[in-house]
Design a protein around this ligand. Sequence first.
Ligand SMILES: [Zn+2]
Length: 327
Amino acid sequence: MEPNHQNLIRSNYTTLVKKMSAVPVAGFLYASNIITDEMKQQIEVEKTSYDKNRKLISIILRRGPSAFQGLKRALLKANQRELSNLLIAKDDEDVTKSDYEKKLALARSLVVCTKEREAPESQPRKQIDQEKSPEPRCRISLDDFNDIFLTAMPYKDVIYIHIRHFTENNGRFTPTKKGVTFPMDRWLRFESLLPEIQKYLNNIGNGEREERQWHVGGGVYISLTPGFQTVDIRHYWKPEDAPEPVPTKKGVTLNHKKFTRLLEVVEQMHNHVPELKDVELCMLSESHQNQLGMLNCPECTPFGYDPLNVSMECNAGDLQDVETLNI
Ligand SMILES: [Zn+2]
């Protein structure tokens, strides 16, 4: 472990020893290969929680370069976020930030533009329903009326980011179905588009005439329409007989003001979801190195595929070439 990270742990030693719950943290550290089974047992065998915590810290300080981030992740997974937040180093933030920026650039290069042509259109919408929900990590209003929020919400131990309309009942805010859900890697692809969307909205007065649309994963499309200073973010689905996916009511349309607000609060949301920095793009995973892996991925191929049109002999890269040639 780097000396600055060791110092950071030492400077928070008292709090960690008092408040940490060592057994689940050790479990996650073991699961991510940061500590060995033997070390996990050495921690568990200690009698008091104080001693268990001390043992865990003394072990982790002597582990390798990934131990520090591993500890932070383990604390998050073990629902000890306030302790994980103690371990944010100033320079550490800069390092991960630039890594994340690199990842954003990579994500941007992988998001395929599904529409780029001149042609205005308008769409329908609206429906309100209730969903029950656990406590959000954050809930940031995107307007002055508490109508639409950027939230980060755990569901079955996985964090999802939402842009969603809420309703208010006696001071209680309830999410509606009008909104978009982003698993973290889908969010990464969406975030990588934000500068382009902003540029488009800024240029709308200057005769921006091209319709744009991107698929960011799982059937969520980002659409820009000439003449409208709005961005539409929406789940699509593909009826059996439809040639192309069609928009559903699950989505939001942000005007320029709300979109600008979104840009302003993305960083704030990141502070509540440090896991975002560790997100991996499924497109780069081992399973996607062949064509079937990608075709079977619900993010990359949300509407299924026609097995008859798939040649078993080419890989994912080849498929892209075929598509380009057809166009
Ligand atoms: Zn995928």
